[in-house]
Design a protein around this ligand. Structure first.
Ligand code: HEC
Length: 112
């Protein structure tokens, strides 16, 4: 009986861990970086818009902007009258790059 309880706990733990690991969508990190450099950085350089790199935000913050197909990211830019040219795959790739380069990642990326 005790063994069964331990087994159940172990299964629960492993499955909840894998849910956390799914936070980042599997995307093309290299392409994400390219998008950030070519599109995002062009404005977010401290002149046209405030300076922004993946290392400026945590994984949780990036998630808030990029989940639901970048809903919040598009909303923020619509307000500023900026039209972003990104499809679903671009958003995924961007998310992957921001995830591996976020403030709380092992290697925060400044994109310089
Ligand atoms: C044509 C210019 C332009 C481009 C391109 C652009 N942005 Fe922005 N962005 C803005 C402006 C203007 C704002 C609103 C004012 C501000 O935050 O400086 C903004 C706001 C944001 C915000 C919210 C800022 C905050 O901290 O509240 C995020 C996040 C963001 N942009 C990310 C991105 C990403 C990621 C890309 C690349 C896909 C991108 N932006 C491309 C102009 C741009």
């Amino acid at each position: 009986m005790k063994k069964l309880v331990i087994l159940a706990c172990a299964i629960f733990l492993v499955s909840s861990l894998s849910v956390l690991a799914l936070d980042r969508k599997k995307g093309d990190i290299k392409h994400g970086k390219q998008i950030f450099k070519e599109q995002c950085k062009a404005c977010h350089n401290g002149k046209k818009a405030k300076k922004l790199t993946p290392a400026h935000k945590t994984r949780a913050q990036w998630k808030r902007y990029l989940k639901d197909n970048g809903k919040k990211l598009f909303r923020k830019h619509n307000k500023a009258n900026v039209k972003l040219n990104l499809n679903e795959k671009d958003i995924n790739d961007l998310w992957s790059f921001c995830y591996v380069g976020a403030l709380d990642s092992e290697k925060p990326q400044t994109c310089d």
